[in-house]
Structure formats: structure tokens, C-alpha cells
Design a binder for this molecule. Sequence first.
Ligand code: 5RP
Length: 234
Amino acid sequence: MEPAEMKRIVAERAVDMYVKDGMNVGLGTGSTAYFAIKRIGELVADGFDLTCVATSVQSEDLARECGIKVVELDQVDKLDVTIDGADEVDPKMQLIKGLGGALLREKIVAAATVREIIIADSSKRVGKLGTKAPLPVEVLRFGHEHTRFALKRQGCEPVLRMRDGEPFVTDGGNYIYDCRFPEGIDNPFFLESRIDVIPGVVENGLFLNTAYDVLICEEDGSVTSVAEAENRES
Ligand code: 5RP
């Protein structure tokens, strides 16, 4: 099955499981979240009254095109549910996010969310974080080379993310270093505590103990949900 088809299937399943009329909903960023936003647009067209907060300018633009009401995060007390993608998912539902460049807003939105729902195709599943994807770290532009040296001391190879020959600039106006750990990440909690105290680091792409459910679409089009397998209510 084509990856885009797997993304569509899992995104639509997650929206149909978790988004109910009247909810405040967080909109993720990326090629999988794209399909979730499209599906949410269909629900709105069918009469659902949803108030949504976007994790990026790109998702906000798409949501408005789909007729979805988008507000600032500070206009809501909390979000009932957020549906977002991930770059890696480990067996304990720990995540790497941020290859789409929206990790800072995604983490702020996740923190304001009761149920963070992660959607992915099966290629995102890993035994250990950091084995396929680099860890994105958003840093201030000021003194970013010094921040890079401090990141490197954590055992990784940080590479400044580029776009069209220029450093990629996030919606928050910052740079991103993609940090490749040659052996993967042995202790993500310890690593996060080390990265977070580096001056110049704005946010890192480890999303630990954040997901309420992870839905994954397999090659044959079937979808697994951790919460469903555990008989948790959706
Ligand atoms: C953006 C993200 C995305 O959720 C992540 O990169 C997955 O994207 P895609 O669904 O396109 O594979 O974290 O910052």
C-alpha cells in the first residue's frame, strides 16, 4: 500500500474515534496530520461545532481552507484532543517529532491537551528512539554555533537544517539542529534533561509520556490502537 494511503486511513480512523461534536481540537502538522485536518473539515461541513488550534501556519492555512474555525491557543482553556503525527514511535509510546519543523508549537499544544493522539504509518515504529530519525532540536539563532557544540557533547552529530540553501527558520523564528545519535537514544528522559539546560535550546523533539493513544496503519491497511488494545475508552 502507498504510504499516503496508509496515512489517510490512520488519520481518518483517529478523527472518527476521538473527535466529538463541541470539542476543542488541536491540529497537528505534517503529511499524516494533513489527512486528519481534511477529515475534520468534512465533520465541520456535516455540522460539527469544533474550535481548533493549529500547531503551524501551514496547518492553520489548510484548516481555514477546509472551513474549520481556528483560534489562538490562549482563547481556549484546554484542548479535548489533538491529533498529530510523529517521526518515530517506540514500544512505550515515546516519540520523536519535529522533522516537519513544528515541534515547539506541537509541544505547547500537546501540553494543553487532555488526549494527545498520535497517528502514523508502520514505518515510524522503532525499537529504540533515534535509530531511524535524527532528534530535531530548535535553537535560538543567536549564538547557535555555540549551542551546536553543547549539543554535540551529548554524543550526537548536530546538522543545521537547511531549506533552499538557507537555514530553515521555524514559525517561531528559530533554527533547527537535527541531531543524529549513532547508536540511537538509550535513555530519552536523561537526554532530555541534559538538552533542556543548554543555553540557546528552545525545545527538543522528544515527546515523552505525552501520547494518550498511538494509532498505526500497517502495510495491509489495518489500524492498531494502543488504547483500543488496552480497552481504554476513546
Ligand atoms: C512536525 C512533526 C510531524 O508530526 C512529523 O514530522 C511527522 O510528519 P509526517 O506525518 O509528514 O511524517 O512532528 O513537526
